[in-house]
Design a protein around this ligand. Sequence first.
Ligand code: ATP
Length: 472
Amino acid sequence: MKQKAIVSLKNINVKFDGEVILNNISLDITDKEFITLLGPSGCGKTTTLRIIGGFLEPDSGDVLYDGKRINGTPPNKRNVNTVFQKYALFPHLNVFDNVAFGLKLKKLPKAEIKEKVKKMLSIVDLKGYEKRSVSKLSGGQQQRVAIARALVCDPEILLLDEPLGALDLKLRKDMQIELKAIQKMTNKTFVYVTHDQEEALTMSDRVCVMNNGKIEQIGSPIDIYNEPANAFVADFIGEANILNGYMLQDFKVNILGAEFKCVDKGFGDGQAVDVVIRPEDIVVTTPEEGILTGEVTGVVFKGVHYEMEVKTRGCVWLIHSTVASEVGATIGMYVSPDNIHIMNKMFSAAYNEFTAEVTYANEEENYVTVSIEGNDVDIKDTYYEKGTCLSIKLPPDGISIAGDGVGHMRDLYIESVIWKGEYNEIILESDERKWLMQSSQDEQVATYVPISFDFSKAIILPIEVREDEDEI
Ligand code: ATP
């Protein structure tokens, strides 16, 4: 049975300074669930939260509360409260008065305020702290006061924006468990924002993975870990070997030239796919028993398991095993079919294919200048007449981050960086399209970079305009 949505976002779009921040976001938040918006810094999590809270109006799209459109309703008229990372308690007030603040504004009777504050302080484990000055509390205790203050007014939905971000790791882990317990005890809907995948998996009923203003996947922590929708989600949630493969037929995939059985079907024979295999799902065997063999190039003891790097056919695999192998040893690797997960590629073409018009042609020096999204780019050792439209097929290794910081095109947004065992597969976004790049270097997702093209690797052909096409 489909559960009731308490808040729905329908086709939400937001632009800041002409830049797309939220791109057609639709999300149903179920009553009394703990849902986490998870994604890299700058992907639009806080903006989504602000739209739910009523602090920001979308450029287009609807916000529904209990099925009714609430666009334009101010935050204080929504049945929602927010806890921020900087919890902004009133430093001159004690714990009781901080928590009671909203109730006093509502002019509730004193006895009722006392009763509600007492109950809430007991839920957040601060019984007996009523008279303490908040400035004398630890970070974790202050955060609990902030949560109590937000919950005491009985909102149906609590929005939490990285509320544990300022706490140290140990306290953060304790608070994660407490927050989940508080949510269960109070029976409220929690919408939580974090960029910490472990935090999201620990606390949430459902996780909404965001990237570049879009939702990549919504699901339970187990679904998202075991059945990631694409390489971005697989990479963002936990450790993973993400490899290029192609389907031989239903239930059979070729990875690095070896044939693996899998449980996936319907991709089409010969279809290039991304394959995800978690490090703990690779079984170390004798070389004879393995589907692939590889050489152990690194072993680190991690307490419960050994983390091994194994080089096979030019590709480095990460394996978690309770049995260590020696560095230099040759091992076999086996993966059971249900531990191989096949995904559609995020960038479906093998090449960057685009057209560009020759804006300047120099026959003597044998080069042309083309216009690519308004940038004049020279192509050496190529000559076509001015006005010719060229079809350009540029392989992923024909694009690089410009070493001089200028390059042929500037300000391309790095949408994803996926390590493919041999190189990083990077998807970039310009104003008009996406670009696929291969790089041995690590790049930071959600940043802007300039790129250069190496046209010596490209296939360039003039597009012939047939006369009869002109006439149509
Ligand atoms: P973080 O984890 O770093 O808080 P986030 O996923 O919550 O990131 P948002 O705060 O939603 O991201 O911001 C998304 C993008 O929108 C960022 O590039 C940010 O710089 C931009 N942005 C946010 N608010 C504004 C604003 N008021 N004006 C202009 N740009 C903004």
